[in-house]
Design a protein around this ligand. Structure first.
Ligand code: ZN
Length: 310
């Protein structure tokens, strides 16, 4: 019998018998966001394929469900989610409709990336509807601290190694390389931001507490009166008064929010609006996890340089 023919028959047989691997031998990973997909690519290298569901220019709280998402989940070996209820408005029905036992909540192929990271704004006391879209499990935008990115990469490495013990050394070596690059990058970003430590800013939504905490910004208000609630005239007036009182001139706005209110606030305080992506893919320059911080840090630094002494 032809040796090559036999081995390809065996390979096909193995692929069929082993549902955790696609025909090309790669683990099929689906991440809910482009940030998680980017980190998964760093760790998984050529042993995995990665797709994301939400695009970085979309509000990750509100993603319109599409049939193609269900198809992605049907084929997935591993689903990686941000968790902390970020995707609660759209992901659960998609997972359910995929009928893929591997990626159901709690299954081996379901990874909540928020395990092991530093979570801010965990509410104390009772959470009520009147507080707006407050997350009872804390602020879910935690990937905007690169140190949390490192922790996310670590849990991905553990999970991928669990699926493919033979590739553990490969994943660990890639994790170490990512971690080294990240350490250097954090040094660079911290140095760039250092002259502006303590600068007061306003943000539209509560997307940036981890970023602000890491890089020394002081967030003193939000364009939204409460998380997930659109701007109201009375809150906007209060915000303008507060910004004048504290001499705040920078308003950070995520790419998916309307600029009308932020721009009117900026005019009232002689300040400026910066459209700052909280995710990979939020602007075309933010092509991966590193490029996202490169973009955001230089956006801020350029604006703060220009307003220094104002
Ligand atoms: Zn949020």
């Amino acid at each position: 019998m032809n040796q090559r023919w036999l081995s390809s028959v065996l390979l096909v047989g193995l692929a069929l018998a082993s549902p955790a691997f696609s025909a090309d031998g790669k683990l099929n990973v689906v991440a809910t966001t482009e940030d998680l997909a980017s980190i998964a690519r760093e760790v998984g290298g050529d042993r995995i394929t990665v797709e994301s569901i939400a695009r970085g220019y979309q509000d990750p709280h509100f993603v319109e469900a599409k049939p193609s998402f269900i198809l992605k989940l049907q084929k997935a070996d591993l689903l990686i989610v941000v968790g902390r209820e970020l995707e609660i408005g759209w992901l659960p029905p998609l997972i359910q409709q995929s009928r893929n036992a591997k990626v159901q909540v709690g299954a081996e192929g379901y990874l909540d990336a928020s395990q092991g990271v530093r979570i801010l704004e965990i509410p104390t006391g009772q959470v009520t509807r009147a507080m707006g879209d407050v997350h009872p499990l804390g602020n879910p935008h935690y990937w905007l601290d690169p140190e949390n990115g490192r922790a996310i990469a670590k849990s991905m490495c553990d999970k991928l190694s669990q699926f493919r013990p033979a590739d553990r050394a490969y994943f660990e070596q890639r994790l170490a390389a990512f971690s080294t690059r990240l350490t250097d990058a954090v040094k660079r970003w911290t140095a760039q931001m250092a002259p502006y430590k303590g600068t007061k800013v306003v943000t539209y939504h509560r997307s940036f507490p981890n970023f602000a905490d890491r890089f020394g910004l002081d967030i003193v208000g939000y364009v939204e009166p409460r998380p997930g609630i659109p701007p109201s005239p009375s809150h906007t007036l209060d915000l303008i008064q507060e910004m004048k009182r504290l001499n705040v001139r920078i308003i950070l706005v995520e790419p998916y929010f309307d600029l009308k209110t932020p721009e009117s606030v900026a005019r009232a305080v002689d300040g400026q609006v910066l459209v700052m992506p909280p995710s990979v893919g939020g602007v075309k320059e933010a092509t991966d996890y590193f490029a996202l911080f490169d973009y955001d840090v230089s956006l801020l630094v350029n604006a703060l340089k220009a307003t220094a002494g104002k």
